[in-house]
Structures are given as C-alpha cells and as structure tokens.
Write a protein that binds this ligand. Sequence first.
Ligand code: SF4
Ligand code: SF4
Length: 111
Amino acid sequence: MTKKFGYSILRDESIDFDRNDKRISAYLHAHEPSINLCIGCGSCTATCSTGHFVDFNIRRLHTLIRRGETREIKKEIRKCMFCGKCQLVCPRGVNLRNVILTLNRAIEQLG
Ligand code: SF4
Ligand code: SF4
C-alpha cells in the first residue's frame, strides 16, 4: 500500500533564463509599473479566490513573468476569476487587477 504524505515531488526542471522570452515582463513593467512595488509578501496568494479551488498562485505567476516562462504564464493566467480580492489586501498598492488585464493584453499582442 502506498502511503500518502499530502504532497508530491515536483518534476525536474531547468530554466535557461538568458534564452527565455522576457517581452511579456517588459510589456507589463511598461504598462503597469506598480508591479515593481511588490515585496513578495504573499498576501495576494493567501486571499486569492481561485487558489481556494484550484492550484493557482499569483505570486508564482509573478515569478514566471520575471523568468520569462511564457507557456506557463499563458496556462496560469486563465485561472484568475478577476475578483480583485488580491488587490484589496496588497500592502504595497500593486494594481493587481490591471496586472492581470495587462498580461492578457500582452499575450494577445505578443503571441
Ligand atoms: S500582496 Fe502585493 S506586495 Fe504582497 S506579494 Fe502580492 S503583489 Fe506583492
Ligand atoms: S483577481 Fe484573480 S488573482 Fe486576484 S484574488 Fe481574484 S482570482 Fe485571485
């Protein structure tokens, strides 16, 4: 019998930062500069409506953006319900709803 420990091992992954496409990150920083104020406190993630139901972490999404992991960004962004709770609790005033909107626009325009 397999014992369940409540977690699973993540698959191996290597990231070639220099080769990744950072256009989405550049677009976001140009169009919604409040993202620069983020201190990674995690309040947005803790309060996220979607995160209560599915595997979604907006702070992780931010990491993916900085790394230029476009394929993962596209997959994750679809999960957001656009409720705005994350923005209400952000201690740094990051305009998170506009971050999501801007990301969607960037994906549309940059492909
Ligand atoms: S709540 Fe604001 S400062 Fe904290 S991780 Fe989220 S965006 Fe960054
Ligand atoms: S707007 Fe999206 S990321 Fe923010 S709390 Fe709602 S579902 Fe989560």
